[in-house]
Each structure stands twice: as structure tokens, then as C-alpha cells.
Design a protein around this ligand. Structure first.
Ligand code: FES
Length: 105
């Protein structure tokens, strides 16, 4: 979960309303082979996986901009409830983890 300036987020129409005031939530499990994606670079909005340097663009739905990962990090749709708590709107809508875990491929 990361909070950025809401203006930097490129909201795709199909994912409108999945963030709240610049707060976004993505799976931390790299889609390459499952290492924890943990390094965030604020100036570029990139998330870096330390294992094989896959780099994901947080401002653009965590699309892969470098490295061996084949697909973006799955996003968890979030919202704020009536009491002001961040909540998940649903489960992840895409498989979480390495692509080889997705038996549909
Ligand atoms: S596990 Fe993340 S780049 Fe390989």
C-alpha cells in the first residue's frame, strides 16, 4: 500500500474508484518468481523487485517497465468505509504471484 499525489495516478476507466486520495494497494508478490517487491522510488513512482530487478510503474497500474516479470502487479480495489477505515472492495481480481501459478495460462 502506497500513498502518492493523486495527480500522478493514471486511472484506467476499468479501474476507476480503485484508489482513495492517492492511496493504492498492490500485491507485494512479484509476478516473476514471487520475491517481495519492496523498494519504492518516490521520484519515478517505480516499485523495484530486488531479486531480478523487475520494475513496476506505480503511476501506471504497476505495469512492467523493466526486467523479466511478464505482467503487472495485481491491484486490490480499496475504498473508505463510513467510519473512515480503508477497506478492500473485493478480493484481487487477477491471480496473485508468479505467472506460472496461474494454471489458466
Ligand atoms: S522475482 Fe521479482 S524480478 Fe524475479
Amino acid at each position: 500500500m502506497v500513498r502518492v499525489n493523486p495527480g500522478v495516478l493514471n486511472e484506467a476507466p476499468e479501474k476507476a474508484g480503485w484508489s482513495y486520495d492517492g492511496i493504492v494497494a498492490y500485491s507485494k508478490i512479484c509476478t516473476h518468481v514471487g520475491c517481495p517487491v519492496a523498494l519504492y522510488e518516490q521520484h519515478t513512482h517505480h516499485l523495484l523487485c530486488p531479486c531480478h530487478q523487475s520494475t513496476f510503474d506505480l503511476a501506471d497500474h504497476c505495469k512492467v517497465v523493466f526486467g523479466p516479470a511478464a505482467r503487472p502487479l495485481p491491484q486490490l480495489p480499496i475504498a473508505v468505509d463510513a467510519e473512515g477505515y480503508l477497506i478492500a472492495q473485493s478480493d484481487f481480481l487477477e491471480p496473485v504471484g508468479p505467472t506460472f501459478w496461474d494454471m489458466r495460462k
